[in-house]
Design a protein around this ligand. Structure first.
Ligand code: MRU
Length: 332
């Protein structure tokens, strides 16, 4: 990811290991400040995941992998560290996948930092492959809609849904990205738009409720990331994704889900079994530290929704563009 700072434009990923510490870009401070935070034990990494210093399924997974490596360095009880990390957010499969991967590598006697570094690099490599496969779906002049942030910040680097967009743009194709703002935490407005601006990709942000309006006017494709994809192709992603999928079907717009193997959960047979995280009511009632709702208001705040596989045109993965029937090739 290209990041513009006072030192100019430089390459940076969402997190990395340096001098015995895990460093993360604090995504809560973006787009206003490039604030780095560092962690040296698994408990504080767990807190960072819970508080959304880092977010996006593959980045959460990588953070947890480094959290397990730190637990090893600090000689913490590894089973406790694993459970603490897994308890932070329930929906993203990558979190559980990463912790189990690290337990396996540590049990095998591998160096924990090297294992976590390999985990993070592997995600980047998969995102690059997703980008190469998915770029072929984008044509000159297209309008490509996305939701939430499934870019470099969410995936260590490159992105899932944003990977085909980056690759197609770098190949010289010219098109426009429509990013929905993504209430209540505004990942579309604050993170996706920030990434697109860093790379000079033409875009516009819309309010979530404007998706249908723009689809009727002529969106060419929708591409989103995923937090967990069940064995039958149903998937969970940021709240508002299901609405977009239904609107896309109604408008005849192809709808793609971009994700690496770590997001596929073949132990969950269908989307109804995916645990959807409920987050604090304050995400809705507080803006800029100010309480904006009537006293006594009741709030429901699911962070994700589930979209049935019948709405998905195809899955863009590191193994190619797969139909629902082909996703079993992502197993193992
Ligand atoms: O609550 P968040 O910001 O972690 O939610 C992120 C999303 O829903 C992303 O779209 C998803 O993790 C895919 S990221 C490549």
């Amino acid at each position: 990811m290209k990041v513009r700072s006072s030192a100019g434009l430089r390459d940076r990923s969402a997190l990395w290991f340096e001098d015995g510490k895990l460093i993360m870009i604090d995504q809560r401070a973006l787009p206003h400040r490039m604030q780095l935070v560092s962690y040296s034990d698994s408990g504080s990494v767990a807190e960072a995941i819970r508080n959304m210093v880092i977010r996006g399924a593959p980045s959460i997974g990588a953070a947890a992998a480094y959290g397990m490596a730190l637990a090893c360095l600090k000689k913490e009880d590894l089973r406790v560290a694993a459970e603490t990390l897994k308890s932070t957010r329930p929906t993203a499969n990558d979190l559980f996948y990463a912790v189990d991967y690290m337990l396996m590598r540590i049990d095998a006697g591998d160096d924990p930092i090297s294992a976590a570094e390999a985990y993070a690099q592997n995600i980047i490599d998969k995102c690059m492959a997703i980008g190469r496969y998915g770029s072929g779906l984008i044509r000159n002049g297209d309008i490509v809609m996305t939701h939430c942030n499934a870019g470099a910040l969410a995936t260590v680097d490159v992105g899932t849904a944003l990977a085909p967009i980056r690759v197609a743009w770098n190949e010289g194709k010219r098109f426009t990205v429509i990013a929905s703002e993504t209430r209540p935490r505004l990942q579309g407005l604050q993170l996706t738009a920030w990434e697109l601006i860093q790379e000079g990709i033409e875009h516009a942000v819309i309010v979530d409720g404007a998706s249908g309006h723009f689809m009727r006017k002529g969106v060419n494709m929708v591409i989103v990331g995923a937090d967990r994809i069940a064995a039958n192709g149903d998937f969970a992603n940021k709240i508002g994704t299901f609405e977009k999928a239904v609107l896309a079907k109604e408008a005849g717009v192809p709808f793609y889900v971009a994700a690496p193997a770590s997001t596929f959960d073949f132990d969950t047979s269908c989307g109804e079994d995916i645990v959807i995280e409920d987050r604090s009511s304050e995400e809705l009632t507080m803006i800029g530290g100010k309480y904006i709702a009537p006293q006594g208001v009741n709030v429901l705040n699911p962070a994700f929704d589930m979209t049935p596989a019948r709405y998905v045109t195809a899955y863009v993965t590191e193994k190619g563009i797969l139909s629902k029937e082909q996703i079993s090739s992502m197993r193992g």
